[in-house]
Write a protein that binds this ligand. Structure first.
Ligand SMILES: *Cc1c(COP(=O)(O)O)cnc(C)c1O
Length: 352
């Protein structure tokens, strides 16, 4: 056998592009258009050479404590990682490595399929309903499952499911771990974190990348029962104990403590989103009623590819996929009001 036949073959996740044009409008990876809290900037100025010379605290104690305080849970119920991608990857490795297939929506965060393939986990992609919502009944059938994961709100649809729907799914599945990826929950949803008191097998994952405007710092976290967190930690400490840098821990704490700024920026983004929904509808777009910081919009008589290219020619970057389910949709991140106006102007000129 040749050495190349012994290589683990994977089809990697393709992230949105990160173009390096100074005057572009970047609406393609759901980053915040606003800076992180000024407290983060202040803390950054206090970092010293020692923060680079020394290993970080493997338990990220300060960040775990800040999150536990903010979300009213015990410190033993919090796990942190290098972005929620790191956290979810470890979740797959820890909880889903059993023989039975895991379930996730057919249209969802495409990284789930990549991790499942990478870790040789079998899976079933569950179609969404006609209105693109999740049908909880699909996840409540009695067959044995290896686990369940879905984002709430879902991506890239932007649709939020109620707490009752989340609870229905968790309640029906006491024999596997149910993971709710709440990357966008802060933009109008209600977190399922309070349900962890009732369900030992429920894990909630969140990130600092979207609502806390810190995608570049790479901070994500999971909240669940002590048992779930202990299992995650055992796997983490078997791979790399020092995942969170000293800088990430300190700046993350500063961000969590500034709840006022957090609420302020989120309400700005929500106000912009609701205005943009009206303007897109006037231009002939349809879209699910997003509760996130993006809108998945489709025009009634222009193809997705065509509109993507038009925007791109004006240095406005949005996201689109060739997947037949969404090939005519553009996923447009909510930017500042000025950025959205510019995007809407380009669309208006082109569509006429
Ligand atoms: C952005 C995103 C993530 C990953 O975010 P990180 O930057 O790795 O924290 C995870 N899940 C969904 C659904 C996302 O949209």
């Amino acid at each position: 056998m040749k050495w190349e036949e012994k290589v683990r073959q994977v089809e990697p996740y393709v992230p949105g592009e990160q173009p390096k044009l100074s005057d572009m409008i970047k609406l393609n990876t759901n980053e915040s258009p606003y800076p992180p809290s000024p407290k983060v900037q202040e803390e950054l100025a206090l970092l010293e050479a020692a923060d680079f010379r020394l290993y970080p605290d493997p338990q990220s104690t300060d960040l775990v404590a800040a999150l536990a305080g903010r979300y009213h849970v015990g410190e033993e119920q919090v796990f942190v990682g290098v972005g929620s991608d790191d956290v979810i990857s470890q979740v797959f490795l820890t909880f889903f490595s059993h023989g039975e297939p895991i379930l996730f929506p057919q249209l969802t965060y495409s990284f789930y399929e990549v991790w499942a393939d990478l870790y040789r986990i079998s899976y079933v992609k569950v179609p969404l309903m006609e209105d693109r919502h999740i049908d909880p009944e699909d996840y409540c059938k009695p067959e044995e499952k290896g686990g369940i994961i879905f984002p709430n709100p879902n991506a890239p649809t932007g649709l939020l499911e109620s707490i009752e729907t989340v609870e229905q799914i968790v309640k029906a599945n006491p024999d596997c771990v149910v993971v709710v990826d709440e990357a966008y929950i802060d933009f109008g949803g209600k977190s399922a974190i309070p349900l962890i008191e009732k369900y030992e097998n429920l894990l909630i994952v969140q990130t600092f990348s979207k609502s806390r405007a810190m995608a570049g710092m790479r901070i994500g976290f999971a909240i669940g029962s002590k048992k779930l967190i202990d299992h995650l930690q055992a796997v983490k400490y078997s791979i790399n104990s020092y995942t969170m840098s000293r800088a990430a821990i300190r700046l993350g704490v500063a961000a969590v403590r500034d709840d006022e700024y957090f609420r302020e920026t989120i309400s700005k983004i929500i106000a912009t989103r609701e205005r943009v929904k009206k303007e897109l509808a006037d231009l002939g777009f349809t879209f699910p009623d997003s509760q996130t910081n993006f809108i998945l919009a489709r025009h009634k008589n222009r193809s997705g590819k065509e509109l993507y290219e038009v925007l791109r020619s004006q240095k406005i970057f949005v996201r689109r996929w060739d997947d037949p389910l969404i090939k005519d949709d553009l996923r447009i991140t909510i930017g500042t009001d000025a950025q959205m106006d510019k995007m809407l102007d380009v669309l208006r000129m082109y569509i006429g």
